[in-house]
Design a protein around this ligand. Structure first.
Ligand code: SF4
Length: 112
């Protein structure tokens, strides 16, 4: 049965608390990798059109860290169920999640 956003969030939070090591995304100073969108409301990791390449690089670095994370599936579950529109969650970008939700034409391949 499909989890609700709240169930998926609680499952992720339980797994984070039970985990021996905190996930890479909670490392102080690395949030700019996980929230690399141009309109990041925190102001961290803002990118102009000119440095979109930096944004792509940071996305790739975050996804590489997610690929090593034991919480990846729970994290992606929550991001999809919770309709997270911002940030890298479970190795997926906002655009990739929109493709999965059917809001954008698919051009990505997912390696869950
Ligand atoms: S999979 Fe989720 S919890 Fe793990 S590093 Fe990536 S964003 Fe953080």
């Amino acid at each position: 049965m499909k989890k609700t956003a709240q169930e998926a969030y609680l499952a992720l939070q339980d797994a984070i608390q039970a985990s021996e090591n905190p996930p890479a995304c909670s490392t102080p100073g690395l949030d700019y990798l996980f929230f690399p969108e141009p309109l990041n409301p925190t102001g961290i990791g803002r990118y102009s059109e000119r440095n979109r390449d930096d944004m792509k690089l940071h996305e790739m670095q975050a996804k590489a860290l997610c690929s090593l994370c034991p919480l990846k599936m729970l994290c992606a579950d929550y991001a999809l169920a919770g309709k997270e529109e911002h940030g890298i969650w479970g190795g997926t970008t906002p655009n990739e999640r929109k493709e999965i939700w059917g809001l954008k034409k698919a051009k990505s391949q997912y390696l869950f």
